[in-house]
Design a binder for this molecule. Structure first.
Ligand code: NDP
Ligand code: GDR
Length: 357
């Protein structure tokens, strides 16, 4: 996208971060956070036939017109040459590997692609860091976006020493990425950390993850744009936090004396039914009147119950979540209600077609 212009003669030196998955939910919050800490942020984006940088539009400034601190470069976790090239060119101090095929349900439909990007992608990036360090003598810190899905069927509470039992191709790929990261730390002394993050959400969450699917439907149903919401398994439980809080934990891990692995969670879990209750009641509706079950949203093997124990992160990183479940859902419902109101105005004025359900 842009030709990288590295910051020159910084006083004090400006830290550089490289983020894969910069266009995703976490990538956008992490970018905002690192910019606020004075970092120069470089993001790797995939080529797509439509622009995929909507979550960054409010922070992105044209690199030709100002001293831009956010720069985007085309690359891909399936292309090791691009990874090594950008590390050599950018010379980052910290790398955050957030890129992934991150949808658990989709991973059953595209297992090989998920393994390649989510699992082997981490290996490609670690190998690029290792060889870059060896060739240049520079030190680069590495963060791996691990997931509570790795615990799968192991009952809660789940902590750093809880055994993994992954239940999807996505989770298996994340377990591989986790152990690649541990192995590169042990074998080559890389400063490499695994964050084992439990579910975290926000108004920027992808629309096919359950929280956002629900809050978006709540806004549209309230505004008369949608009549029904089709869902899968309502009995599973998740430990949901706010993405803005969680990206700070990622950064804190890389600011420690030595690399380690940390669970990041709220330590509170809710069922999908409780999520529905909370979201629909925000706008005075009863979810039972709108929700229908569609078997296509059930997964071949489900993860029933996730609730993390983040005592280690609290003690060693001084991290704790600031946003509660109730506040999170309220924030998401309000945002999606506003969005539905805008959708309705455009529809009524004849600027868009009939909204589909
Ligand atoms: P998103 O799905 O919102 O973002 C995923 C990002 O990865 C997008 O920027 C996407 O690009 C990018 N990506 C996909 N394929 C490739 C590829 N082949 N090469 C390079 N980049 C690619 O995920 P989140 O922001 O929610 O999550 C960030 C990371 O944290 C992911 O690794 C996820 O698995 C992990 N995680 C997330 C949790 C959560 O609750 N959100 C919890 C635990 C772990 P594009 O925009 O082009 O699709
Ligand atoms: P998850 O998140 O699988 O935990 O992975 P998701 O929101 O997709 O599902 C949570 C739970 O809700 C149930 N569910 C539905 N899910 C979706 N997406 N759509 C539905 O209609 C629906 N109905 C019920 C699911 O079966 C599941 O039990 C997320 C991702 O961000 C991963 O990348 C991340 O690693 C984990 O969180 C931690």
């Amino acid at each position: 996208m842009s030709v990288p212009a590295l910051s020159t003669s910084p006083h004090p030196p400006v830290k550089r971060a490289l983020i894969t998955g910069v266009t995703g939910q976490d990538g956008s919050y992490l970018t905002e956070f690192l910019l606020s800490q004075g970092y120069e942020v470089h993001g790797i984006i995939r080529r797509s036939s439509n622009f995929n940088t909507q979550r960054l539009d409010h922070i992105y400034v044209d690199p030709h017109t100002t001293n831009a601190k956010l720069k985007l470069h085309y690359g891909d976790l399936s292309d090791s040459n691009s990874l090594r090239k950008w590390i050599d060119t950018i010379q980052p101090d910290e790398i955050y590997n957030l890129g992934a095929q991150s949808h658990v349900g989709v991973s059953f439909e595209n297992p090989e692609f998920t393994a390649d990007v989510t699992g082997t992608g981490a290996l490609r990036l670690l190998e690029a860091v290792r060889t870059h360090q060896e060739d240049t003598g520079r030190k680069v810190k590495y963060y791996q976006a691990g997931s509570s899905e790795m615990y799968g069927s192991t009952p809660p509470p789940q902590a750093e020493d809880t055994p993994f039992h992954p239940r999807s191709p996505y989770a298996v790929a994340k377990v591989a990425a986790h152990w690649y990261t541990v192995n590169y730390r042990e074998a080559y002394g890389l400063f490499a950390c695994n964050g084992i993050l439990f579910n975290h959400e926000s108004p920027r969450r992808g629309e096919n993850f359950v929280t956002r699917k629900v809050t978006r439907a709540v806004g549209r149903i309230k505004m008369g744009l949608q009549k029904k919401l089709y869902m899968g398994n309502l009995k599973s439980s998740r430990d949901w936090g706010f993405a803005g809080d969680y990206v700070e934990a990622m950064w804190l891990m890389l600011q420690q004396e030595s690399p380690d692995d940390y669970v990041v969670a709220t330590e509170e879990s809710h069922t999908i039914e409780e999520l529905l209750e909370e979201a629909f009641s925000q706008v005075g509706l009863k979810w039972e009147e709108y929700v229908e079950i569609d078997p296509r949203y059930f997964r071949p093997s489900e993860v029933d119950n996730l609730r993390g124990s983040s005592a280690k992160a609290k003690k060693l990183l001084g991290w704790k979540p600031k946003v509660t479940f109730k506040t999170l859902i309220k924030m998401m419902v309000e945002s999606d209600l506003e969005r539905a109101k805008r959708e309705k105005v455009l529809l009524d004025a004849g600027y868009t077609g009939r909204a589909h359900e």
